[in-house]
Design a protein around this ligand. Structure first.
Ligand SMILES: NC(=O)c1ccc[n+]([C@@H]2O[C@H](COP(=O)([O-])OP(=O)(O)OC[C@H]3O[C@@H](n4cnc5c(N)ncnc54)[C@H](O)[C@@H]3O)[C@@H](O)[C@H]2O)c1
Ligand SMILES: O=C(O)CC[C@@H](O)C(=O)O
Length: 534
């Protein structure tokens, strides 16, 4: 059955066409739906793609029993209940870069409109007047622009501000000095320092707890008299009430707003009546180029997530710096190692490990967070509802069970090696593996035993006394049970001592066969690890 994708909010055609081109995808394109209708329909879809108009609420996500992917043709995901999506294992994919230029250009559009009184000039001409004297403006040249948030858009605003001959200052505690230097931007040590210097303040941060009300009454008062404020980022970063008061008192000379706490802005909002304010209806990203860019970007990523389980672009899966495909073998061996450790400990009577420690070789350092998700997945799969368990929610689910997750690099491992260690109150077991560019991933160590086996389909792990005849008896028993052996690796610590065998077999091994293995002479334990599909 094809995956069903609901596309809404006027996502650009070029993006939708990418989805429609796939025979395995069935696409329904609808205008922005009223909340109740969307709640009714969402249960039929595997993915939804939209812009900011459709609210992907917790209620909607919980109704969406099939949903695997939310695609956002744009940057902001403040319309998506991200925590709930993560809890349910639903990937949230956005298009972070495609509308950067559109917003940066609009910043200068609205600033020049403000300081040259363009709306009044146009209006006066339409009214048949010739009011040149009341339309005396000011210039950008030589003025100081204070950029709050030197990310994608803030950086493009900085580049354009230079072109206008402005002094460019910015405040962004999360951006390194080197970036300020490259962009030729003066770093303000604090927001207050920025406000002290700026003639124009423009915000380009996300809306977070920290940035809500970032520019409030105190900050506006700090701005020099006659200052200008622009918010084309998210409603609420600039406190509208405080801004209105500062504009009415004349302390702030002008403001430009494209975004509002509640959108659409109420028809009777007091903001609409403020003097010298340019209001636009959230059109920062509304250029043909930007809409095409974000639609193509988001739809391609949604397609790949559905058809190839490619989650590297998902915001709520651990970041892997664009190396999702390259990390697949390492993720697989990590997940398998964790599954083996969990199964062996469970057979020793320890079903609730308290701590999972993942160590990665040097070449896997950039993928540590994704690999930790893979380890968490391996550690709980088989004991959680498979339908809803994936790389996105595995860590949250594991932690909810009290499993502490730790990851770090280890110089003792080969560059492409991993080791998953699970620890309970009394026992600890480490399972190591390795991946290579060419071959299949291999498990290389179980506890103290060196092994060499490809963890595919089903693994039987036996402990036995190192005496003659055990391998033959195991082989015969499995053969009689119709279980085909793919690989058999026998390891021992010392001749005649304890030995461990890992047997990779095709298909399933039932409880009866396992019991008969346990009952064989000289076999001390037999565990069966049935791997889930990758
Ligand atoms: N008006 C529109 O149509 C439109 C379109 C696109 C993006 N946006 C909004 O613009 C904003 C910026 O987008 P972007 O793509 O540049 O994001 P980005 O993530 O590239 O940059 C955001 C920057 O804000 C900084 N930041 C975070 N918290 C901060 C704080 N407390 N103080 C100072 N800096 C802080 C971050 O370090 C980062 O550098 C977002 O809110 C986005 O939703 C609006
Ligand atoms: O046009 C839109 O859908 C919103 C654009 C913008 O705010 C974004 O978050 O990308």
């Amino acid at each position: 059955m094809p995956f069903r994708v609901l596309v809404t909010d006027d996502v650009d055609r070029d993006g939708v066409a990418l989805l429609e081109a796939e025979p395995q995808l069935s696409v329904d394109e609808v205008p922005t739906l009223p909340k109740e209708e969307l709640l009714e329909r969402i249960g039929d879809y595997d993915a939804i793609v939209g812009r900011s108009a459709t609210k992907i609420s917790a209620e909607l996500l919980r109704r969406a029993k099939r949903l695997r992917v939310v695609g956002r043709a744009g940057v902001g995901v403040d319309n998506v209940a991200m925590d709930v999506a993560t809890e349910l294992g639903i990937a949230v994919i956005n298009a972070p870069a495609g509308n950067t230029i559109a917003v940066a250009e609009l910043v200068f559009g609205v600033l020049i409109s403000l300081i040259r009184h363009l709306p009044r000039a146009v209006e006066s001409m339409r009214a048949g007047r010739w009011d040149r004297s009341s339309l005396l403006g000011t210039e950008l040249l030589g003025k100081t622009i204070g950029i709050v948030g030197l990310g994608r858009i803030g950086s493009e605003v900085a580049a354009r501000a230079h072109a206008f001959g402005m002094q460019v200052h910015a405040f962004d505690p999360y951006v390194a000095d080197a970036r300020f230097t490259t962009l030729r931007v003066h770093r303000a040590a604090t927001l207050d320092a920025l406000l002290d210097e700026a003639d124009i303040v423009t915000v380009h941060t996300p809306l977070t707890d920290e940035t809500t009300g970032l520019i409030g009454r105190r900050e506006l008062a700090r701005l020099r008299p006659g200052g200008i404020v622009a918010n084309l980022a998210r409603g609420g970063i600039v406190d509208d009430g405080a801004l209105a008061a500062a504009l009415e008192s004349g302390h702030v000379k002008g403001a430009a707003l494209d975004v509002y706490v509640a959108e659409p802005l109420a028809a009777d909002s007091a903001l609409r009546k403020l003097p010298n304010v340019i209001l636009t209806p959230h059109i920062g990203a509304s250029t043909a180029e930007a809409q095409r860019n974000v639609a193509v970007d988001a739809c391609a990523a949604v397609r790949d997530a559905l058809l190839s389980n490619e989650l590297g672009r998902s915001m709520n899966v651990a970041a892997v710096d664009g190396q999702w495909r390259e990390l697949q073998p390492a993720m697989l061996v990590t997940r398998r190692a964790a599954a083996v450790a969990r199964a062996l400990l469970a057979d020793m009577g320890m079903r609730a490990p308290q701590r999972l420690t993942l160590r990665c070789g040097a070449s896997l350092a950039g993928g540590q967070q994704a690999l930790l998700s893979a380890a968490a997945l391996g550690a709980i799969e088989g004991t959680a509802e498979a339908e809803r368990l994936n790389m996105i929610n595995a860590r949250a689910l594991a932690e909810a069970r009290g499993l502490e997750l730790v990851v770090g690099e280890s110089a003792a491992l080969p560059p492409l090696g991993v080791e998953v260690s699970l620890r309970g109150a009394m026992q600890e077991l480490a399972v190591a593996g390795i991946t290579s560019a060419e071959g299949a991933p291999r498990l290389t160590r179980i506890g103290g035993f060196r092994v060499d086996v490809n963890p595919r389909q089903t693994l039987i792990v036996l402990t036995n006394r190192d005496v003659p005849g055990v391998i033959g008896r195991v082989g015969t028993l499995l053969g009689d049970a119709g279980v085909n052996i793919a690989e058999y690796h026998q390891a021992r610590l010392a001749q005649g001592g304890e030995a461990l065998a890992v047997v990779s077999v095709d298909g399933r091994v039932d409880a009866g066969v396992r019991q008969r293995l346990c009952d064989l002479p000289d076999v001390q334990s037999a565990s069966v690890v049935q791997f889930r599909e990758a």
